[in-house]
Ligand binder design. Sequence first.
Ligand code: ADP
Ligand code: ZN
Length: 434
Amino acid sequence: MIWNENAECMSRDKMRELQGIRLKRTVEKVYQNCVPYRQQMTEKGITPNDIKSIEDIAKLPFTSKKDLRDNYPFGLLCCQMSNVVRIHASSGTTGKPIVVGYTRNDLNIWNEVGARCFSAYGINRNDTVQVSYGYGLFTGGLGAHSAVETFGGTVIPISSGNTEKQIMLMHDLKTTALACTPSYALYLAEALEQSPYNRKEFKLKTGVFGAEPWTEGMRKELEDKLQIKAYDIYGLTEIIGPGVGHECRCQNGTHICEDHFYPEIVDPETGNPLPEGQTGELVFSTITKSGMPLLRFRTRDLTKLNYKKCDCGRTSVRMEKILGRCDDMLIIRGVNVFPSQIETVICEIPELEPHYLITVDRETNNLDTFEVKVEVKENHYCDEMGKMLELKKHIAHKLQNVLGILPNLKLVEPKSIQRSQGKAKRVVDNRKLK
Ligand code: ADP
Ligand code: ZN
């Protein structure tokens, strides 16, 4: 199902033309209405007249989280405060919150792209969607909520937490789609298994998961455990919350709503644009927003883009699942490690549960320590030292092969690692404190 065929299946030439027109308009708007933007452009020696087509985007300065913090809370607003109808803030995973104001028009855009997401998953007005993302300053809850109302589905605005009640309502209200973080979905899967109900008594068929990185391995875990189809939804507060991008039935890349959010991939070190297919930092320019439009915003998220037409019929560019944020990359004894690499290995090993915790520390002799705790499945966890040691050796070897470094692996009992109701915290880096 395609919500807006005109926008989602537009030819590449037409799309670029539209993006050019919208970019130009946005640049004019920020130049006129926002002092920090005008200053930055002046420093680069450019004016809105230098932006004639989408290719000219590379002339523009970047915006970063730091710019948002320096202009906290509303210094980058391009409209009168009276036109702001909603405020959201980033959940502060990486420091002080970033505050964003949205106009009525911005919320309309959000609803439009949100409805595109759910339509792409095959969810429609006959569906009942349990929104178990947190409601509040975080964009997840209200974002998914308004999207469902826009296409006319039924929303259960339960927010996150209260897991037993989640299962009860999922059962009693015949929830067909669950929207939450993949880590909370995993927790709910466990709760469902332990509940007095049988899976057959539920109507759940679709998962709408995002707000944190998750691997293909995790998708498989969730699809098996919950017996659903699990789809990615991507977004960030600064741009527009969930709805910036979404998977389709092909589950082969996250389509970006590029008629509203223009993506680029740049080298995270130098900021130089990278060619199609290369992994780098995702950068977005909002080209239709009016509250706090952002030009060339550095997301810190790492991925790559694919401009080939998708089998679903959409022509919109697709991004690969986010590898992680630049800040998520751990450098352990000189080796670069992404938590998502560890997740991939863990999900491939049948004896393991997909629950893990990475702890990095530094010893007095300046050597990094690297510990990975992972849960063993109930039926594989045993007191036989020999068996457990053998399993441990096998897993450690696999991790070393992928990471290039051997972790201190700890196999732990099922359900001993803390579960997450929102964005999971899977890394403890104690070196930062030293
Ligand atoms: P915070 O930066 O405080 O977490 P947000 O709630 O705005 O604030 O989170 C946006 C970030 O969440 C994105 O930049 C990205 O790192 C992550 N994210 C959101 N959706 C996904 C997704 N589908 N896959 C991977 N990461 C995601
Ligand atoms: Zn598609």
